[in-house]
Each structure stands twice: as structure tokens, then as C-alpha cells.
Design a protein around this ligand. Structure first.
Ligand SMILES: *Cc1c(COP(=O)(O)O)cnc(C)c1O
Length: 431
């Protein structure tokens, strides 16, 4: 039979995505990353078709001996490089990791304190998301405008007064570290638990440029494995306390997953190995690039937030683009020139303006992975200026952006593995 038209269409859409996002765009979405070719090669494996309910070596199915081996290996690597005493890689996303921890720590009707939305808390921490669906009430801690962070003194008092079941730190728009060490004694004093959601910054933590919250008093760390950490989309829960860890770990199956997308495991292991050897270098460059991009944008007339604090200590920078028509308009304009960012609420925006916020959020982790350094950040800032400030011809800008991007197509901070020497068949990505 001839190849049906629908099938052609599927292959074509996939090819176009690969071409556009991998070779033509400057991707600055702060929550994304790409895997190395080696990680992608092991991701495309038989594991993607299998089940392994339960824990390694205590499964409910047969046929899992290699799944057991790879899961233990990945968890050991994760414990080693985080470092943490215990980890569970079965949550298939950061949201599922949060759901498991929140569910174990709180019952419907209980209270949880979270970082204020202005300090970047994630929707899964709120009554609109995972926490709310579990029937747990969220109460935002007070915000310190000047430090662009949780107000430690007021939040400490609030913890003592409200006596929540748990406190959540970590966020999504997130320029400066949340005060884990400072709030931990308050949390302990009311017998609550401290959960640190490291979804965005886990790669910075294993790269040793962001404090490990487990060293600063967090009882749990939840994370995604695909933001600054360059693994497959997935999640994890980590802890240094066996009792705390076991309470959550025993709920993952059967409460939150049946299969846990086993093909993530070898790919996560590859990313962990890459971060073990290159993590420090990679994460250090990310931080330098974020700061450089913030400075370069400010020099070119953009209102980059957090100037008095040095703009950023993370992989992100945030820009107030109201004078150019607002976040929604500017993000669309940039997309039409092949620069991908997202519109974002800024700390002083009202939550109602979520569809047309003042700002855009920019993350440099993916472009750093393709080898970009401070010089390239200056070039990206030039492109921003030409597109947004000078309103130059969009088609010409699109071409210019693609030409620039095509100089950076190889992933760095990885090992050159000759994959053909392991394979009799090759399934290359269709670009
Ligand atoms: C992205 C994010 C999550 C959700 O992670 P997923 O893997 O997309 O489910 C949770 N918390 C924070 C702070 C995030 O930024």
C-alpha cells in the first residue's frame, strides 16, 4: 500500500518541529532544555514499551531485570551528584512529584504556606493547581519588594501563628534563591515540613552554583529533570531522611503512577553522568550568560528587573516590556522572528493580568548547552533591540536569527560517543 496522506502529514509535522526548534530558533524558554544525542539514543529504547510497577527488585511483573538495574543505577547517580541520601525517579513529572509529597504531608482542609506568587511560586503550589485539587489550602507568605523575595521576618511569624503542615519554597520565575536556611528553624519549631521545589534550578544545584536545599534544612526536594538539568521530561523526589522519604516513596505506585515511563531512566542516567563531569562548567556558564544577557539588554534600552540586586543569580532574567506593548505582544513579535520566550507576570503585576502581563521571562540554559557564551549574549541582545526597539523588517530578522542559530547546532558538555559502533540500525532524528 502507498503511504497514506495522513502518515506523510505526521512525519512532516514532526520534521518541521525538529527543523524549526532545533536549527532555526533561539530558544529562551526558561523551563526547557535538550538532551544530548547519547541521551536521545538510549531514550529510544525498548524500555519505552514496558511496565515495572513497584520498586526495583520488588516488581509486580516479570521481565524487569534490566529496568531494575537501570533504575537503581540512575538513583545512585542522582544521590551521588545531588548529593542526597534517597531519591525516587518514578514521578513522571515535577507536578506528580509535588502531588505525592503534598498528599502525604497534608490532608484535605490542612494548610500549607507557599512562596508568594510575586516570588515565582508555581501553579502546582496553589489552590488553582495540584495543592488545591488535594483540598489543601494555600496561604502565601509575605513578599519583600526590595529584595524581590520572601520576607523572612514576616514569613517566620506567619509560620509560628498559622502552624501549617508544610511550607513550600522554590519557583518558576526565580531570579534569586529563596530563604531556605532562614525559614527552616521556624518550620521545624512548629513540627512542619519544608518542601523545596527545585524544578527550575536542579541543574544549577548539581552544578554547585545554587545551594542544595537539603543541606539548608529542606526535608524534601522535588524536581523536574528537564529544565536546567538536561534530561528527559520527568520528575524526582529527594530526601536525606529515610523515614520522610519512605512515607512518600511508598505512595508513588499505586497512587500516582502505574507505569513510570521507563525510557526516561537510561536517558536521565546519561544526563546525570554528563552533569557529574561537566555540570560545574555548564552551570557556571549558565549563570554568567544570564547576567550578561540582562546587562546587555539593559544597555540597549530594555527595562530589566532586579538591577539593584545585580539582575539575577539564576538561569533567568525578566524584562518589563510595557513600553513596547506588553509581554503578550512582545513574545509574539519575537516568535515571528524565531526567538522563543514566554510572557510572564512580574512581581508587581496583578494576577488578573495573566493573559497580558508586563513582562517576558528569558532562560539561557538551552542556548548555553549549544555552546553560547557571553559574546553570544551580546549578539542576542542586539537581535532583541533590532526586533523590539527598532521594529526592523520581521522577515529579514527571522533570516538573521536563523543564520545566527545555525552556527550553534552541536550540544556541548557531553561525551562524543560513536553510537554507530553500538548499533546495527540507526534511527536518526528526522531533520
Ligand atoms: C515546571 C515546574 C513544575 C512542574 O514540572 P513538570 O515537570 O512540568 O510537571 C513544578 N514546579 C515548578 C517550580 C516548576 O517551575
Amino acid at each position: 500500500m502507498d503511504i497514506p496522506k495522513e502518515l506523510e502529514e505526521v512525519i512532516n509535522i514532526t520534521r518541521q518541529e525538529n527543523q524549526w526548534r532545533r536549527t532555526e530558533t533561539i530558544n529562551l524558554i526558561a523551563s526547557e532544555n535538550v538532551m544530548s544525542p547519547t541521551a536521545e539514543a538510549v531514550y529510544m529504547s525498548d524500555f519505552m514499551a514496558r511496565y515495572a510497577e513497584g520498586k526495583p527488585y520488588k516488581r509486580f511483573y516479570q521481565g524487569t531485570k534490566y529496568a531494575d538495574e537501570i533504575e537503581v543505577l540512575a538513583m545512585n547517580l542522582m544521590n551521588d551528584i545531588t548529593p542526597a541520601k534517597f531519591s525516587d525517579l518514578r514521578p513522571i513529572s515535577g507536578t506528580i512529584a509535588n502531588a505525592a509529597v503534598f498528599r502525604v504531608l497534608g490532608n484535605p482542609g490542612d494548610k500549607a504556606l507557599i512562596a508568594p506568587v510575586q516570588a515565582g511560586s508555581h501553579v502546582s503550589h496553589t489552590k488553582f493547581g495540584t495543592l488545591g485539587t488535594l483540598g489543601i489550602e494555600h496561604i502565601e507568605m509575605p513578599y519583600d519588594k526590595d529584595r524581590m523575595n520572601v520576607d523572612v521576618d514576616k514569613a517566620g511569624k506567619m509560620i509560628e501563628e498559622i502552624r501549617p503542615k508544610f511550607v513550600v519554597l522554590g519557583g518558576s520565575l526565580y531570579l534569586f534563591p529563596h530563604p531556605t536556611k532562614e525559614l527552616s528553624p521556624y518550620v521545624k519549631s512548629v513540627n512542619a515540613k519544608l518542601v523545596y521545589d527545585a524544578a527550575h534550578v536542579y541543574g544549577l544545584i548539581v552544578g554547585k552554583v545554587w545551594s542544595n536545599p537539603l543541606d539548608e534544612g529542606a526535608d524534601y526536594m522535588t524536581t523536574s529533570t528537564h529544565k536546567t538539568f538536561p534530561g528527559p521530561q520527568g520528575g524526582s523526589i529527594l530526601s536525606n531522611n529515610e523515614e520522610d522519604f519512605k512515607k512518600v516513596s511508598r505512595t508513588i505506585f499505586p497512587w500516582f503512577v502505574s507505569n513510570h515511563h521507563l525510557h526516561r531512566l537510561p536517558a536521565t542516567a546519561v544526563a546525570l553522568i554528563e552533569m557529574k563531569y561537566y555540570g560545574k562548567e555548564y552551570a557556571t556558564q549558565i549563570i554568567k550568560n544570564a547576567k550578561k544577557l540582562a546587562e546587555a539588554l539593559a544597555e540597549r534600552g530594555f527595562n530589566v528587573i532586579g538591577e539593584h540586586l545585580g539582575y539575577t543569580k539564576s538561569h533567568q532574567t525578566a524584562v518589563d516590556v510595557r513600553k513596547f506593548g506588553g509581554g503578550a505582544k512582545v513574545a509574539k513579535l519575537l516568535e515571528s522572528a524565531n526567538i522563543i520566550v514566554n510572557k510572564n507576570l512580574l512581581p508587581y503585576d496583578s494576577p488578573e493580568s495573566v493573559n497580558d502581563p508586563s513582562g517576558i521571562r528569558i532562560g539561557v540554559q538551552e542556548m548555553t548547552r549549544f555552546g553560547m557564551k557571553e559574546g553570544e549574549m551580546e549578539e542576542i541582545a542586539d537581535l532583541f533591540k533590532q526586533i523590539v526597539v527598532e521594529n526592523r523588517d520581521i522577515n529579514e530578522m527571522k533570516k538573521k536569527v536563523s543564520e545566527f542559530r545555525k552556527q550553534y547546532l552541536d550540544i556541548k558538555y557531553t561525551f562524543n560517543v560513536d553510537l554507530s559502533s553500538y548499533s546495527t540500525k540507526s534511527i536518526p532524528m528526522i531533520i
